[in-house]
Design a protein around this ligand. Structure first.
Ligand code: PMP
Length: 451
């Protein structure tokens, strides 16, 4: 359990009070949810049932870092669509580019020149020369995995315990109590036992990684340069260089999933830490909120793949989708990268995130709570554990769903949104220091009542 100084009965009482307030403040959302009887789980996507207030808040409109719900409540949004809206909601250059495209053909199976511009910008930022597009980061990961299996003739993919790379079957493995890989709890419909397709190592554990790579059957390591989906777990000194050295030594390709670590800066963690992956996968934020995914290949890999006449990369190869690379996604990606998530925008976002993290640390220390705060560029997260967890398993152990839900509802009732599934706050170009201060004032008040 997280914190001795928190009384569980007090937490329950306060949560009941906050849930009642939440229901009072959101009659329209409550009603809409009750009426959505022909949606599986009453939501368009089952994840939307991850709602600390017992039902989801229904969107009316969003702009910049502000959301207005169907009841007219306004929120400062630090969730930002779990990174899908890191460029801010409906950024003007994206809206303009997409609006133009919406009127001029949506699904033609033809390339537009925007794609090449977006690819060139991704190449400049991430240092990998050959890019291809998907509609989600999940698909980018799936397709990268297929390509690397094909190139290596090896069957397995290695991931970090408690990683998240989308609903990629190979990634749903954790280190079990005896140190061996086991299926992640709750996984739905695995095609085969995950140990047949995957190996797993803890983040920050080079010895564990080497032990698994030594089997010689791992096509690729798929990892985030910092874990961001089980709290933020930052790499220790030398870890990422060690991963690169070991993967090269054992003939295993290295995929860095930058979908969330893009928060580190304009070229993601790749540029920020000077990394040399063979493949970068990414999605969400690069489309400014419009669905897109992408993967970038090294020159060596692109060359090898192009020379493989036995691989059908054009038709049945399973590395594409009908609507991938569509004109709207490409217009949105071009506009986001060239006009919204610029170097100047990142500088401001990171400045606000630094203020967010510093303020959190002060408040948490003031209440003598054994919690920790981690930041990766524009992304900040606190965990109910101190010191900060070193790997996914340690971080998972620090979870406290009741406490998390209480804080989320308390904040929502006072007009601030954090990311569901996390205690994560993300900054977009419009986030101000006043918004940060507003979060901190409410967070402080919550702890003052609780501790
Ligand atoms: N990779 C990472 C690191 C992610 O955090 C996520 C989603 N949270 C994904 C991939 C999958 O993204 P999507 O659901 O948009 O496919």
């Amino acid at each position: 359990m997280s914190t001795d100084s928190i009384s569980r009965s007090r937490l329950t009482t306060l949560t009941q009070r906050e849930l009642a307030t939440f229901a009072d403040r959101h009659p329209g959302s409550k009603n809409a949810y009750a009426n959505a009887t022909h949606l599986f789980g009453r939501v368009p996507m089952t994840w939307m049932n991850k709602a600390a207030g017992n039902f989801p808040i229904y969107l009316d409109r969003a702009s910049g870092n502000r959301i207005t719900d169907v009841d007219g409540n306004e929120f400062v949004d630090f969730a930002l669509g779990d990174t899908g809206a890191m460029a801010g909601h409906s950024p003007e250059p994206v809206v303009a580019a997409v609006t133009e495209r919406l009127r001029s053909g949506l699904a033609t199976m033809m390339p537009t020149e925007d794609a090449a511009v977006a690819g060139a910008e991704l190449a400049r930022r991430f240092g990998l020369p050959a890019w291809s597009f998907a509609l989600t980061a999940t698909d980018a990961n799936r397709w990268a995995i297929r390509l690397l299996r094909a190139v290596t003739g090896r069957s397995k993919i290695l991931v970090n315990s408690y990683c998240y790379h989308g609903s990629v079957d190979e990634s749903l493995i954790v280190v079990g109590p005896d140190g061996r890989g086991v299926s992640r709890e709750g996984n739905v419909g695995a095609p085969v036992d995950v140990t047949m397709t995957s190996r797993v190592a803890e983040f920050n554990d080079l010895a564990g990684l080497e032990r698994e790579l030594a089997y010689g059957d791992v096509a690729a390591v798929l990892m985030e340069p910092a874990l961001t989906n089980i709290g933020i777990v930052l790499p220790e000194d030398g870890y990422l260089a060690g991963v690169r050295e070991l993967t090269r030594r054992y003939g295993t390709y290295l995929i860095h999933d930058e979908t969330h670590t893009f928060s580190a800066g304009p070229g993601g963690a790749t540029a920020y830490w000077g990394l040399e992956p063979d493949v970068v996968t990414i999605g969400k934020a690069i489309g400014g909120g419009v669905p897109v995914g992408a993967y970038g290949l090294s020159a060596e890999l692109a060359g090898t793949l192009s020379g493989r006449d036995d691989l059908d990369l054009v038709d049945m190869g399973g590395v594409g989708g009908t609507l991938a690379g569509n004109p709207v996604s490409m217009a949105a990606t071009r506009a986001t990268l060239s006009e919204v998530l610029t170097e100047a925008a990142f500088a401001g976002m990171i400045e606000r995130a630094t203020a967010f993290a510093d303020g959190l640390v002060k408040i948490i220390e003031g209440y003598r709570l054994p919690w920790s705060v981690s930041r990766l560029g524009a992304r900040v997260e606190y965990r109910f554990a101190s010191p900060a967890p070193r790997n996914g398993t340690e971080s998972a152990r620090g979870a406290d769903p009741e406490l998390e839900d209480f804080l989320h509802v308390y904040l929502a009732n006072r007009g601030v949104l954090l990311t569901p599934f996390h205690n994560m706050a993300l900054m977009c170009p419009q986030t101000t220091l006043a918004d940060v201060a507003r979060h901190h004032e409410i967070f402080d008040a919550a702890l003052n009542e609780l501790v």
